[in-house]
Design a protein around this ligand. Structure first.
Ligand code: GDD
Ligand code: MN
Length: 407
């Protein structure tokens, strides 16, 4: 991964494979590994590295490393950083050719890191280097995660225009609406300046999109105590921000991806989305089979057929998406068939409940049959989700091996 070539300035798309930070196997003298992600930061990288090493040599002599992760910047940022390695021996430089993106750059740096404490700071001097020492103190005091925040009393954003302040706060509000439990844990969840303990992330598959690695850390990491340190986000003196419209789109994609993948609520959301696709199939078929303008078949027969087709559709997507992590643990056609049978039975019982509600609502209460069907499906979704997650996609514990049981 450490590489010295700087030939090409084209960057292939980042592959969407989760990245894992390993636990440390061998003890190391390095305690703090600070990653500096860079893309075209030739004008600031040397000054930043010198400032950081001056601060850290005073307070953490010999126990830190700086890791520049550059995405093969056409302005030769990585080459400049490498030229500093003689002067700053704690400096490592990684140049990526196959990947692009701020968040994954930081993770690649942490993968190569030796320290128990991992950190990140921007490469453009907008984050004051001395704040790292304050964050370090918070970690030493026991925090799992120490975040530099623009939104504490001691923090700020220097001379930002009103429009940029609104965009930044707006992005935070959108995040809070989609992932309230995650973003509300810190005052500045969009911060790119923080330190954390390796154990909060070790072994956890991470797939951040775009810029906002801290959100991924808060969402997926095992982060207990959090400390915050205020800082003033400096004006950029040189170079340009890399934020584009695509960065905002990636932020939204990241939030939605996390919403669908986190915890029981995430799997219920996936289950309901699959259910919605089944409902559309069910409603369309019911209309085709039962409506007098079409085939005009009896309500019960039409409903049975439309539901069975919807059940098969739902099984497929639930197996491939909603419960894929459990399905992966039970591979093979036979296992899949078993899951299908269980799913079908549970859904058919649900369907009886559905039909009962449909008849009750449409024939006895006079509600239009399509609306009645929709209401009935809404109720039965909860029943189906609960039983299927407990029975069809249940994680079966491995059987104990009788030969290894006896002491
Ligand atoms: N390796 C790599 N690859 N680095 C990148 C990439 C990339 O694709 N894109 C940006 N960077 C580097 C930049 O060179 C810079 O060092 C740092 O990431 C931040 O990028 P900027 O483009 O300068 O971002 P910003 O100033 O708008 O916002 C930053 O500050 C916010 C406030 O703390 C970001 O760091 C945000 O994450 C942060 O919240
Ligand atoms: Mn910046």
């Amino acid at each position: 991964m450490l590489d010295t070539a700087f030939a090409s300035s084209t960057h292939p798309k980042t592959p969407h494979i989760p990245i894992q930070i390993p636990a440390l196997v061998q003890p190391s003298s390095i305690q703090l590994s600070l990653v500096i992600p860079t893309y075209n930061e030739a004008s600031s990288i040397c000054s930043l590295i010198r400032q950081l090493s001056t601060h850290l040599d005073t307070h953490l002599p010999g126990i830190y490393e700086l890791i520049v992760v550059d995405d093969n910047s056409p302005d030769y940022t990585a080459k400049l950083a490498r030229e500093l390695q003689k002067e700053v021996p704690q400096l490592k430089v990684i140049c990526r050719h196959q990947e692009r993106g701020l968040a994954t750059a930081v993770l690649r740096g942490w993968q190569a890191a030796q320290g128990e404490i991992l950190g990140v700071i921007d490469g453009d001097l907008q984050h004051p280097p001395e704040i790292i020492l304050k964050l370090w103190q918070q970690i030493q005091a026991g925090a799992d995660l120490a975040v530099g925040s623009r939104y504490l009393k001691s923090g700020g954003v220097s001379h930002w225009k009103l429009s940029r302040r609104i965009v930044s706060r707006g992005a935070q509000l959108i995040g809070l609406a989609i992932l309230p439990g995650v973003l509300s844990r810190v005052s500045d969840p969009l911060s790119g300046l923080f330190l954390l303990r390796r154990k909060t992330l070790a072994g956890i598959p991470l797939s951040p999109k775009g810029y906002k690695l801290l959100i991924e850390v808060l969402a997926r990491g095992k982060v207990g105590s959090i400390a915050e340190v205020g800082y003033i986000f400096q004006e950029r003196q040189n170079g340009q921000s890399k934020i584009q419209l695509q960065t905002c789109v990636q932020y939204l994609q990241h939030l939605i991806h996390l919403r669908f993948s986190l915890g029981p609520f995430g799997s219920f959301l996936r289950f309901s989305t699959v259910g919605l696709s089944g409902t559309i199939i069910d409603m369309a078929l019911l209309y085709l089979l039962h409506d007098p303008r079409n085939l005009g078949w009896g309500l019960i027969v039409s409903k049975l057929i439309s539901s069975e087709v919807a059940i098969l559709n739902n099984f497929l997507w639930n197996d491939l998406w909603t419960f894929r992590s459990v399905a992966k643990l039970q591979p093979g056609v036979l296992n899949r068939l078993k899951r299908l049978v269980k799913f079908n039975i549970i859904c058919l019982i649900g369907l009886s409940l559905n039909s009962f509600l449909l008849i009750l609502l449409s024939e006895h209460l006079g509600i239009h049959y399509l609306l009645a069907n929709l209401i009935a499906i809404g109720i039965v979704v909860f029943w189906n989700f609960y039983l299927n997650s407990k029975l069809s996609w249940r994680v079966t514990k491995a059987k104990p091996n009788p030969s290894s049981n006896n002491p």
